[in-house]
Write a protein that binds this ligand. Structure first.
Ligand code: IFG
Length: 493
């Protein structure tokens, strides 16, 4: 029980093991569609390697053969909150209980990690399949435990995004922030402005080796498929349309969005801060209202991210006015506005969320009652190289070793911002230098689990306590086919 990531709130090992066997059945209680789906998802992770049928049955159905393996909701135990669970394993029973369904999903992720690494294999492996006896009670520290995937600099298709969701949800992350538009690409179909995807979806960043890369975009059906896949794994999708800067793709698609009514040429470099929507043109706000309206209708989550970073081509007073007007548009579509911390320069409602990354406006946002997400670039910008030998990635925020990404304290990151202003943490994977899912996995693993632990586990963790637990995950990633960086910082088992 000493290889779990994120570290649970409390772990009490006991003697013995519960053996998964061919006659193990999984009882769902109540056998609602949602609880049954969680049980089926867990069984789907356990069937390939074991070869066992692991049928899911209603708990109140006919007597169940073999020993009891149950997932049950406990409406009475509100102390477990929305995401907490208890996992009680004895040689004869596995009892996973939660107050809300998400807790059953998270208990299932812990249960996966209690089985040998070979459980993650897609093909039958020799057993046995022991679950160590003991009692785990676990609730998360922060409500926002996120990963941002930049699909604008380079496009990653639905299958790649589903893979990222699988890997993030396995470590109890619950927010996938999709950076859907930037200077180099527009990645989401907007029916009322069809040229955005048709033109903006054509391009991507030309990599340093001079290679041009195909663009791409999500149809609204693709986006809905991603949202549904994420929701089944208790991940909320947070879509971002960056504005007023980082907008060259939109400015190339529609001449009228430019102050001078001239379309901008498509851009495939990696400079930032040169583009701006036309702050004083009314069509800009019709455009934004249409885009946010369509995106909000496709997004069940509460949040809509408007970017707001690096608006160096926008006059400061214009920027403030723009952010305040767009925040009202977002609220008008029933969503909570999220923005990079520069939005702290504008007047914000207390329901707003500012994402800290570098430039120092988070305290101004928190002072207005807004909440803060921590994405400190020198810690969790996982597009930074591990070290000078890393073939991929940038260096502007410094090299980020596995230890650097883990060994910091969220509560002391922002002087002047108290813990109750903190919603949580989010790793950011910008894609200027990343073009394939292998590149994404290489930069995320082994660093992402550490950020997930900072989001879920109680304060007071340390590197020396974490490092040996991480060492046990290399074999799991090998079984999962994850292209992880075999850093020498960890003594892989
Ligand atoms: N900063 C830019 C990103 C990206 C990043 C690469 C933010 C909020 C540098 N803005 O981070 O678009 O270019 O590390």
């Amino acid at each position: 029980m000493n290889q779990l990531i994120p570290l649970p709130t409390s772990v009490q090992p006991a003697d013995g093991v519960f053996l998964l066997t061919a006659d193990t059945t999984i009882a769902a209680n109540p056998a609602t569609a949602e609880v049954t789906a969680i049980a089926e998802l867990l069984a789907a992770h356990l069937r390939p390697a074991t070869g066992y049928p692991l049928p899911v049955r209603p708990a109140d159905g006919p007597p169940i053969s073999g020993r009891l393996f149950s997932l049950a909701l406990d409406p009475a135990d509100s102390s477990l909150g929305d995401e907490g669970y208890t996992l009680h394993i004895t040689p004869d029973t596995v009892r996973l209980t939660a107050h809300q369904p998400a807790g059953l999903f998270y208990g299932g992720q812990t249960l996966r990690q209690l089985l040998p690494p070979a459980i993650e294999s897609a093909t039958p492996q020799p057993g046995p399949w022991p679950l160590p006896a003991g009692m785990i009670r676990d609730t998360p520290r922060f409500v926002w435990r996120g990963l941002m995937l930049d699909v604008a600099r380079h496009f990653f298709g639905v299958a790649d995004v589903k893979r990222v969701i699988d890997l993030a949800a396995a470590y109890k992350l619950n927010r996938l922030h999709l950076h859907l538009a930037d200077d180099q690409g527009w990645r989401i179909e907007i029916k009322s402005w069809p040229e955005l995807a048709r033109v903006g979806g054509q391009t991507a960043v030309t990599t340093a080796d001079g290679r041009a890369w195909p663009g791409g975009y999500y149809t609204q059906a693709d986006y809905a498929e991603i949202v549904a896949y994420a929701a089944a794994r208790y991940v909320t999708v947070v879509p971002e349309i960056d504005m007023p800067g980082h907008t060259n793709a939109a400015l190339a698609a529609y001449a009228e969005l430019n102050a001078d009514d001239q379309p901008r040429p498509p851009y495939t470099g990696i400079e930032v801060g040169f583009s701006s929507l036309a702050i004083d043109k009314e069509i800009t706000y019709r455009f934004i209202d249409d885009v946010i309206g369509e995106l909000a209708a496709l997004t069940p989550g509460d949040y809509l991210h408007i970017g707001g970073d690096e608006a160096l081509a926008t006059d400061k007073a214009d920027y403030v006015r723009f952010i305040e007007r767009v925040a009202a548009i977002v609220a008008g579509h029933g969503k909570r506005v999220v923005g990079w911390e520069e939005i702290g320069q504008a007047h914000l409602s207390p329901t707003a969320v500012a994402q800290h990354w570098a430039p120092g406006h988070a305290a101004a946002a928190a002072a207005q009652g807004a909440k803060v997400i921590l994405s400190p670039a020198p810690r969790v910008y996982l597009d930074m190289k591990y070290d000078e030998a890393t073939p991929l990635g940038l260096v502007w925020a410094g090299k980020i070793s596995v230890r650097t990404a883990y060994d910091w304290q969220p509560e002391t990151q922002l002087p002047g911002v108290s813990e109750d202003s903190l919603l949580g943490v989010e790793a950011a994977l910008w894609a200027e230098t990343l073009t394939t899912i292998d590149d994404v996995e290489f930069m995320l693993f082994p660093r992402l689990p550490g950020v997930a632990e900072l989001g879920w586990s109680a304060a007071g963790r340390d590197w020396e306590g974490y490092r040996p637990r991480l060492a046990a995950h290399g074999a799991r990633w090998e079984a999962m086919g994850v292209n992880f960086h075999r850093t020498e910082e960890v003594d892989w088992e």
